[in-house]
Design a protein around this ligand. Sequence first.
Ligand code: ATP
Ligand code: MG
Length: 447
Amino acid sequence: MKYSALKGAQDIYPPDVYIWQTIENAAKEVFSAYGFQEIRAPIIEYTDIFIRSIGETTDIVEKEMYTFSDKAGRSITLRPEGTAPVVRSYVENHLYNLPSPQKFFYSGAMFRYERPQAGRYRQFFQIGAEAFGISEPKIDAEILSMLKLFFERLNIKDLKFEVNSIGCEQCRPAHKNAIRDFFSSKIETLCPDCKRRLDINPLRILDCKVDTCKKLKQGAPRVTDFLCDACRDHFNELLSLLELLKVPHVINPEMVRGLDYYTRTTFEITCKKLGAQNAVAAGGRYDRLVEDFGGPPTPAIGFAMGMERIKALIKSSAKQDIPAPQVFIATIGVPAEKEALLIADRLREKGTWVEVGYAGNSLKSQMRRADRLSAGYVFIIGDDEIKSGKVKWKKLSDSTEGEISFQAVDDFFANEPKETKKKSEQITKKKRKLPSEKHDRYHRWKY
Ligand code: ATP
Ligand code: MG
């Protein structure tokens, strides 16, 4: 019997996992500099939380949620996105009583039942952030600037920042009516979903992915033409702050996001290198959502980034640091193996990454492993070393070598000039081949 992972779910393991860590670390570093603190909400929530916030007529709720009944018959959903759970947590835990703004970031798995393809998975990872309590566009601009810094930190280029404003409950009704009028005459050509949406939520037609609907929306009334004065001022102010902060951006008046909770500012960051699934990050304001969830009126804004897509961009462009052991202890004979274990333990206590050879491996194969792992040093212990109480060491990068007593070994790395612990190299799926001269240098050793 052979098992496989679920369709659309991926395993992440070394060396790729280091790219994931690089992304997570960059996010943590950059977001912390902007005052965002980590929040960890559950992966499962009551289904209603998503239906009420994302919207009944959205693709996510209509088609993509992993929803099931638990043993007590409650409807549970694996989170398809991170904002609704964070808002639920913010309200449930009365975080609005803390000084405003409260700023959070999260990272974790999301689940959507979509057709798996490049850049689209059923379990995928997002890093996101949410800021509560500020309505001024200053925070919108700070968030976009934070994203700019984050992508710069990862050396990801060729990104397009698209921004729009989709107005508030004041400007929505007029736009909604205009959209309904526009599509009414085309109702026969709309897909079945959009036929339903025309009445309840005509704005969603603008986000439909069906080809015929996509064509129909050309010339549809633009939300920007319906903005009330307050929303227009808000948007203009955001644009001037983006200029000030030198965040390159384009206005895309046709961008409507796939979730219903957005108000005013919306944005998407895309990269054409990604092909069809080109959105790397997306977000916007949701000034009504906290209230809808039973909290006090609290303006808010957030975004989420797709980690798989960020990873794809890093993999296609940059070299990656892969950590390597500081020392590999190769041994010959049982007494040496025991001594090696003791030395390894003492060094590990000090935080040194130590690898040891295992039984049945010849010295040559232990050496090969040290090289494969790109260890900084090899220590060699055999019967002679046990007798003399000294370890032989060799630095693999320049082949310098020497001896050190078993006791002094504990401070070997403290006294050494700080070795770079990481090896920079391109991650490839291929096994690294050792050049033959590397083997030779061990043959020259006395063992
Ligand atoms: P898309 O246009 O790709 O369907 P979306 O509008 O559904 O994206 P959001 O809900 O805004 O996406 O999620 C934010 C980000 O999460 C996206 O920009 C994308 O990078 C990523 N993302 C969304 N769905 C998936 C998925 N199924 N697999 C991988 N990444 C995804
Ligand atoms: Mg989608």
